[in-house]
Write a protein that binds this ligand. Structure first.
Ligand SMILES: Nc1nc2c(ncn2[C@@H]2O[C@H](COP(=O)(O)O[C@H]3[C@@H](O)[C@H](n4cnc5c(=O)[nH]c(N)nc54)O[C@@H]3COP(=O)(O)O)[C@@H](O)[C@H]2O)c(=O)[nH]1
Length: 859
């Protein structure tokens, strides 16, 4: 029993850790070959020092010596040798019979190294002359061997029932025969002959499975080496005094010697049996067997212990009571005791209670099911100070009859790997600055929430939260302060949400809140989201102290209910759309997605595509609206962009300019407007009647903030030779709000070149005196809205008067725009306005129409 358990134990360990048990001295070796050596004497066996021995072993050693190959021998049972060869753990396996099936997985050389056949061996009285004698027999066969496949096939062909008992080695087969567990054992004649002689077994007269024996490598590997082996075999098999025949005769002579000794032994035994009775003979045989096996086991155990104590894994055997029966050095180190001290104790002696309970549950599973299990285990030491993660492979150890008697565990410490995995996970799914889930994780959770909504109609909402003017703050106060602010906002928002909700940061100042577990009723769910959104606004609105200054932030929030979209992408787009709508409506507010937004976006997309082509197709042109002095003489004109689409007619600038702005198309379009305007100024400079006229050109915020704007306008002025001082760039206050520093820099650079600036829509924005002081302005433009209600609304009149007074004191020209009636003109004139623009005087038109308003112009 012990002997058989040993087979299982060795198998379990060698299966996982094939060890190099013998290596040739490496002095002049050029090539290292790992050779599998299984016990199949006289063809193959491991010598005392572990080196390959037997006929094929010595033959290989001789070839290797001549070729300068370094051999490293791995001692393994046949079945594991095969597996190691397949898995590339070993390079070469001697003593493999060629079959077509094997040729699919292994490569063989050409010249057979040996010829062999198989026989069946049994106690005297079992006579096998042909296949039919195998009916109802229990026959031990080497697992995965040619004998096994041949016998299986033959039994099936002849419709015979016999039990083939697979063994891991031939020795195990003969041990089963000795123990009376099988009636016959199948083996090649080399091995069988030896064992039969030794154990008084009878060889069957039925010879089967003649085979050619080769050295084999993993399929397609070591082909040059196999060729070399062929060269030696071919040469040596033709020379009677070659090493081939010397080795053969050495092992053949040993065999003969062994046979003749056996004969002598048999005679002696017969004599002894007759003299000392069967009892003494039986005892002797038994003692010899025990001694042989003990020696074999001790040698294997010593070799194994060396391997087990050097591998970087925790290896142990636990009995059915879950007490350690064996621990390797690593386990003993972990338990801070010797291997002997660990033996006999269970996990409660080494781990904390919860760990021990979990380990025992895992172990029981393996023992009860009799199945190999792989699990990740988290083990905390008994003092609770150290927790490590292990990947544990646990294999049940079974007796030949299948009964599980222990388990063998191999655990690898994967703590660092786990930590790395966690770090990678953190990087992959969380935002590095705030620690909030990132886009990837949000999408994952949204996907789940959406699936739940579709399956069970569970309500949910997606909230896009964008901080207003965060970019300005970031640019002004620096990115470190910006980061601090984002962390602060994320903490505030996190405190205000429930654990079932997900707050994520998509990047920059974009936060997204996924709300789940809302009331089933759609209306109530909507109301709950409204309340939460208001709360978010309040949280953002709370003043924050940055660089000793209090700041109050606001956010624009867009909401899409999960029922608003039919996919995650659509939902994201819709929440984003709603957020932009909130921004467009003045920021610091919440907007829920509605279909109008969708229509607007669709229309905007269509318009964007048309606008992209408009420039190429020359559908854009310029209109000129004259500007007048108090005597209604022309002082110049405002250049106004127009778009005439061949199919869809005239598009209003108020519709397409914001799109051009948002898409960046305003940059090439604006450049074209400036080129046209400068050409016209250059032409006017040559005409005495209009030399003094100026052209007012609207500049969009995008242009003013563009890094190449100054450079491009300088180039245009140089190319056209237009007088810079006749160019008046109209800017609005709102333009200056975003990235003020860069805008001011560009304005000052252009003013230094002589270009003049007008502040458009004056009075409608912040009307900051600060701008009036710091900007190199030449003109203020009273917004048309004040002119429109001038006659009805006294406060509008007061504003107009104030603007005029401001202009006077700051020495700025003031022009009123949107003058539509004679009454407005008169009223403006009476309160001191001296420059005018509006439909009353002239509508925007062609150049010809402009010239018609000036009698002095030759055109
Ligand atoms: N960045 C650029 N913006 C441009 C350019 N061309 C125009 N625009 C801007 O588009 C907005 C709408 O312009 P538009 O429809 O051309 O309207 C202008 C005038 O036609 C209109 N106007 C002029 N007089 C009157 C009037 O008596 N009544 C009345 N109802 N409207 C009148 O006012 C617009 C000019 O406004 P302003 O620029 O503020 O002086 C408009 O914001 C343009 O700025 C361009 O090339 N680039």
């Amino acid at each position: 029993m012990h002997f058989l358990a040993g087979f299982a134990f060795v198998g379990c360990l060698l299966l996982v850790f094939p060890g190099i048990l013998w290596a040739q001295p490496a002095a002049e070796a050029e090539r290292t070959l790992v050779v599998g050596v299984y016990h199949n004497p006289p063809k193959l066996r491991a010598a005392e020092d572990g080196s390959p021995s037997g006929i094929l072993g010595e033959l290989l050693v001789e070839i290797a010596r001549r070729e300068g190959w370094q051999l490293q021998a791995v001692s393994c049972d046949w079945i594991y040798c095969l597996r190691f060869l397949l898995e590339g753990e070993i390079d070469l396996l001697p003593d493999m019979a060629y079959t077509e099936q094997r040729a699919e997985s292994f490569s063989f050389h050409q010249v057979p190294a040996l010829y062999s056949w198989s026989q069946l061996y049994g106690e005297g009285g079992v006579l096998v002359t042909d296949i039919t004698d195998l009916a109802n027999q229990r026959i031990a066969v080497l697992s995965g061997s040619v004998q096994q496949s041949y016998l299986e096939q033959q039994l099936q062909q002849h419709g015979l029932v016999a039990e083939l008992v697979p063994t891991e080695s031939l020795a195990e087969g003969f041990a089963l025969l000795q123990a009376g567990r099988v009636g016959l054992v199948a083996a090649n004649h080399y091995f069988g002959q030896q064992l039969a002689g030794r154990h008084q077994l009878q060889a069957s007269p039925w010879l089967f499975q003649p085979s050619q024996l080769f050295y084999a490598s993993r399929h397609g590997q070591q082909l040059d080496l196999l060729q070399q082996i062929d060269t030696y075999l071919q040469r040596w098999q033709q020379q009677p005094d070659s090493p081939y025949y010397q080795i053969l005769s050495r092992w053949g002579a040993a065999e003969l010697e062994s046979s003749s000794m056996q004969q002598h032994y048999r005679n002696l035994l017969l004599l002894m049996v007759s003299l000392l009775l069967v009892v003494f003979g039986g005892a002797l045989v038994l003692r010899w067997q025990v001694k042989e096996k003990t020696r074999h086991l001790q040698a294997s155990e010593a070799r194994l212990n060396t391997i087990l104590d050097t591998v970087d894994a925790y290896i142990y055997i636990k009995d059915k009571k879950l007490c350690y029966q064996y621990v390797n050095k690593k386990v003993a180190e972990l338990f801070q005791c010797t291997a002997d001290e660990a033996t006999g104790h269970n996990d409660f002696a080494f781990f904390d209670h919860a760990t021990a309970q979990q380990l025992q549950a895992n172990d029981r599973d393996v023992l009860d099911r009799g199945e190999r299990k792989v699990r990740e285990e988290e083990n905390t030491s008994i003092d609770g100070r150290l927790t490590r993660h292990f990947l544990s492979v646990k294999i049940p150890l079974c007796k030949p009859d299948g009964e599980v008697y222990a388990l063998c565990g191999i655990s690898t410490d994967v703590t660092e790997h786990r930590q790395q995995q966690q770090a990678i996970h953190q990087l992959a799914f969380y935002d590095a600055l705030t620690g909030l889930p990132n886009r990837r994780l949000l999408l994952d959770r949204l996907q789940q929430a959406f699936a739940l909504h579709q399956r069970q109609q569970q309500q949910g909402a997606l909230m896009f939260i964008d901080l207003d003017h965060f970019k300005d703050l970031n640019d002004t106060l620096g990115h470190a302060v910006g980061d601090e602010l984002l962390v602060d906002i994320s903490n505030r928002l996190q405190q205000g949400i429930r654990s079932c909700d997900t707050l994520a940061r998509l990047g920059g100042d974009e936060f997204v809140l996924l709300l789940q577990e809302l009331p089933d009723d759609e209306q109530r769910a909507w109301q709950r989201v409204q309340v939460i959104a208001e709360k978010v606004l309040q949280l953002v609105n709370q003043p924050v102290q940055l660089q000793q200054q209090p700041y109050q932030l606001s956010a624009s929030i867009g909401v899409a209910m999960l029922s608003d979209g039919d996919s995650v992408d659509v939902l994201m787009q819709r929440a984003d759309m709603a957020m932009y709508d909130a921004k467009g409506r003045g920021r610091n507010r919440v907007r829920f997605f509605n279909q109008h937004m969708q229509v607007e976006v669709t229309e905007r997309t269509v318009l964007t595509n048309r606008l992209r082509q408009a420039m190429e197709k020359e559908e854009l042109y310029l209109a000129y609206q004259p500007q007048f002095d108090r005597r209604q003489g022309i002082t110049g004109a405002e250049v106004l962009l127009r778009w005439q689409h061949p199919d869809h007619g005239h598009y209003a600038p108020a519709d397409f300019i914001p799109i051009a702005e948002a898409t960046g198309l305003i940059l090439p379009i604006g450049q074209w407007v400036l080129q046209q305007s400068c050409r016209l100024l250059a032409d006017w400079a040559k005409e005495p009647g209009c030399q003094h006229w100026q052209l007012a050109v609207n500049i969009s915020p995008r242009q003013l903030h563009d890094a190449h704007f100054v450079e491009q306008l300088t180039a245009i002025l140089q190319q056209t030779e237009a007088p810079a001082e006749r160019l008046l760039l109209e800017i609005t206050e709102s333009q200056l709000l975003e990235d003020t520093e860069l805008a001011l820099k560009h304005i000052h650079q252009l003013a230094a070149m002589g270009i003049r600036f007008a502040l458009d829509d004056f009075g409608t924005g912040y009307s900051s005196l600060q701008y009036l002081k710091t900007l190199p302005l030449k003109q203020l433009k009273i917004d048309a809205s004040f002119v429109r209600d001038l006659l009805q609304d006294s406060s509008d009149e007061a504003i107009v008067r104030t603007i005029l007074a401001l202009g006077q004191s700051l020495e700025l020209e003031v022009i009123a725009e949107g003058v539509e009636t004679a009454a407005q003109f008169k009223a403006l004139y009476q309160i001191g306005c001296r420059q005018f623009q509006g439909y009353y005087l002239a509508r925007p038109g062609t150049l010809e129409q402009l010239y018609q308003h000036s009698p002095s112009h030759p055109g």
